[in-house]
Design a protein around this ligand. Structure first.
Ligand code: SIN
Length: 556
């Protein structure tokens, strides 16, 4: 199946990314063939690890699919695809059951019987912004970490799944670029083996992009360092359609501390009564009631914008979250991770206000797919944050993302099964495989000026934050456009003249993502959902809103 030093290998499934979508897809794909999971750092270096809130899913008798669908559509501000929303929400309980069968233990409520004995009862359901019911299944406040652990363990036991850590996908291999006839189809990826410092050729019948988000494109983000939007950038270069990149979600409450790297303070803290406050003179006052009838539990775009506005008006550096009125024992038990981390930074949330600021959190746009994660390139699927199914519309409802990941990863593998045994030209035949060349780095030499990479990296993240953040204007967007154009030119020159390094690959992809966000934001004519441009009006309710779609100039 593969040669001894991994230079060139062939798998049925190539899965790029090791978060919930990648691992869930790997487990499912292992039933049908050989699977390679590649991840650019370690398995645990993924966005899912940082998911605190949980998975939104109807599991309570008082809750209904209709209500979850409705909340999702309201948050999505007119751009959700209703059939997709319905399908993901209705399939949720089945996928959740599979997670539980794989070994996940969601937190349950303790009920005390008449003799005073405590027993585990129903799931302890969390509440987050925009939800009209408690419906968020969670494992304390480290749901993502638990999910990765159980899925990784299950995959590791499966001989069909092989993991490649420190393998960094740099470009998809597509028939159109390889000069093959027929519709454009994906045949695998070129992958930088960071340890061996060489580029390997991974060929596959199906490629599933599960690379997560792109928060690193902004100066402040709740995302880990790996979140550079690489799946989206690679798919764009492979001629897949990209949608709705202007809708970048900012989480309202990340810990404000110079060393905390925007540590997330879950919306579930507000769900359990935490109140957002700002400083006025020597007092700390509640302010969200003035912005929305749901106060601090309004949809995220509204809360993040309200905090941004309050801070701009007052000149203060942060807002505050106050949950001191809840029992200390409840806080510590319900939010062990947040409590411990805040303590580490000198904030005891049982006694102190938590200083918070918004930070870039979730990319609602991405590679345009259907409900099965199918992209516009044959045999290329995208699942999770990297994709754009139409579930989130212009603003994602809290904790809907892990649900989408599970459903779409499952659907993608199911869809692939229908073509797996069909001996069709679209498949990776031996003849096709041998016609794919290995990566060529031409005359590239070692880079002499790494400062160019670091300078451009910082510059992009800063102007994206200042000009393309929570509050936008057309002038700021145009300024950002002219900056990114110059930087992109410089990076392209650097990319082809010097030997590839992981930093250079990330920088090039991040610049491409920044440009996509700017172009989509300039193309959007209304202020809607997460895209707020002070020069654009809100849409008239009678107007049908369309997705923004980006295509590489070589598309078609
Ligand atoms: C949170 O716990 O506030 C984050 C959940 C999410 O982004 O869906």
């Amino acid at each position: 199946m593969q040669d001894s030093n991994h230079n060139r290998c062939v798998y049925d499934y190539l899965i790029i990314g090791s978060g919930i979508s990648g691992l869930f897809a790997a487990l499912k794909a292992a039933k049908f063939g050989s699977v390679a999971v590649i991840t650019k750092k370690q398995i645990a270096d993924c966005n899912t690890m940082y998911a605190q809130g949980g998975i939104a899913c109807v599991s309570d008798k008082k809750d209904t699919f209709g209500s979850h669908i409705n909340d999702t559509i309201i948050a999505g501000a007119g751009l959700c695809k209703e059939d997709v929303v319905r399908s993901i929400i209705e399939d949720g309980p089945l996928r959740i059951r599979e997670l539980i069968e794989t070994g996940l233990h969601f937190t349950k409520r303790k009920e005390v019987d008449q003799s005073g004995h405590g027993t585990d009862a129903e799931f302890d359901l969390g509440k987050e912004g925009g939800h009209t019911h408690r419906r968020v299944l969670h494992c304390g406040d480290f749901t993502g970490r638990e999910i990765i652990e159980i899925l990784y363990e299950a995959c590791r036991k499966n001989p069909a799944v092989k993991f490649y850590e420190n393998f960094h996908a740099i470009d998809l291999i597509v028939s159109k670029k390889a000069g093959l006839n027929g519709p454009n189809r994906c045949l695998g990826a070129y992958v930088l083996d960071r340890g061996g410092n060489k580029v390997d050729t991974f060929l596959s019948k199906f490629t599933i992009l599960a690379t997560g988000g792109a928060g690193k494109v902004y100066l402040y983000t709740s995302n880990p360092d790996v979140a550079c939007g690489e799946g989206i950038a690679m798919a764009y270069r492979a001629f897949a359609e990209i949608s709705n990149m202007e809708f970048f979600q900012f989480h309202p409450t990340c810990l404000y501390h110079p060393s905390a790297k925007s540590f997330l303070i879950s919306e579930a803290v507000r769900g359990e009564g935490g109140i957002l406050k700002v400083r006025k003179g020597d007092k700390y006052v509640e302010f969200m009631e003035g912005y929305h009838r749901s106060g601090g539990l309004a949809p995220r775009d509204i809360v993040a914008r309200a905090i941004d506005q309050e801070l701009k008006q007052s000149g203060h550096s942060c807002a505050y979250l106050d949950i001191r009125h809840r029992d200390a024992s409840f806080i510590i038990k319900r939010f062990p991770n947040i409590y411990k981390t805040c303590r580490h930074y000198g904030v005891d949330m049982t006694e102190d206000l938590i200083p918070v600021v918004p930070a870039a959190h979730y990319c609602c746009g991405g590679i345009k797919t259907d409900i099965n994660g199918k992209t516009s390139v044959q045999n290329l699927y995208a699942a999770g944050e990297v994709g754009c199914t139409g579930l989130h519309g212009a603003n994602r409802l809290a904790s809907n993302s892990l649900l989408e990941s599970l459903v779409v990863a499952h659907n993608a593998i199911k869809d692939s099964e229908t073509v797996l045994n069909d001996v069709d030209a679209a498949h990776l035949t031996d003849k096709t495989a041998t016609s794919i060349p290995d990566w060529s780095s031409g005359d590239a030499v070692d880079a002499d000026e790494l400062i160019v990479i670091y300078h451009n990296w910082d510059e992009i993240r800063r102007f994206m934050w200042d000009y393309v953040g929570i509050f936008r204007t057309t002038k700021r967007l145009e300024r950002a456009k002219s900056r990114i154009r110059n930087i992109r030119k410089e990076i392209e020159h650097f990319y082809w003249d010097f030997k590839l390094s992981a930093d250079l690959v990330e920088l090039r992809n991040m610049a491409s993502i920044a440009e996509m966000i700017i172009d989509s934001a300039l193309a959007r004519e209304h202020s809607v959902g997460l895209h707020y441009n002070a020069d654009c009006k809100a849409p008239d309710p009678s107007v049908t809103l369309n997705d923004t779609v980006l295509r590489h100039p070589g598309f078609g």
